[in-house]
Design a protein around this ligand. Sequence first.
Ligand code: FMN
Ligand code: SF4
Ligand code: SF4
Length: 252
Amino acid sequence: MTICYFSATGNCLYVAKRIGGTLLSIPQLMKQNDIEITDDAVGIVAPVYAVEMPMMVKDFLSKAKIKTDYFFFVYTYGMGYAAAFAHVEQVCREKGLKLSYINAIQMVDNYLPGFEMQNQIDTLPKKNVEGQIKKLLSDIASRVETPVKITAADKAQMAMYQKMLAKLILCKDTAQGYIVTDNCTRCGICAKVCPADNITVTDKVRFANRCEVCYACLHNCPQNAIHMKNEKSEVRFRNENISLKDIIEANE
Ligand SMILES: Cc1cc2nc3c(=O)[nH]c(=O)nc-3n(C[C@H](O)[C@H](O)[C@H](O)COP(=O)(O)O)c2cc1C
Ligand code: SF4
Ligand code: SF4
């Protein structure tokens, strides 16, 4: 089994590790000219961003040649995934890839403009992450098929979200609005955790216009020196089972 994952704060990396098999980082795969993945089962683990999959994961699915009898998609999310399943169905249909199974694991919501991170972390036990993962592992082991039926109402909801949310939130120049405070030691870690090669650190931290809006730089800066004007939280988050080194190895 091969699992391709995208992760900024470790939730997806943790779920990918729990599923097991050969783990491949989508940001690293995207550096290859040709991507071919052949296995008896192939899965994607990715976060919900603005009720759809991250831009890079969509590009990956368009680019990669995937040959398998069992293709599955697992989201991690915080507060709601609404039309995100419809987005996977749409992308797979356009690619001609049969989607055998889809699921979503509710974890900490790392969306800084929306949530107070300490509250997200404190209320995590209520989400019963291990229970959700246990069911996921059992489904995948038994090769459960969950055909996704997308209704006209789902499609309408997806179109509305894409127009109202995704267009506003998922902008490639987002990081250019981030504020780097004097606490910055120019250690370069933000550049290493960025999955989009969007950061350079010399005499100062500079952001280009390839941002995936993943918040890896904001959440993983050891000095908590990167901020957004509209953040609801000064506290930062990384999945308790995942180290900074793990995120660097995944995204560098
Ligand atoms: C830009 C952005 C948008 C997000 N949008 C949603 C959303 O629409 N619904 C949701 O439940 N969580 C949303 N989240 C939260 C993430 O999906 C969630 O925290 C995920 O588990 C993060 O995975 P990671 O730790 O592997 O990066 C969003 C996060 C970011 C950074
Ligand atoms: S990780 Fe933080 S402290 Fe290090 S260079 Fe980036 S902003 Fe500065
Ligand atoms: S600049 Fe920050 S938010 Fe944008 S892709 Fe890189 S790590 Fe993610």
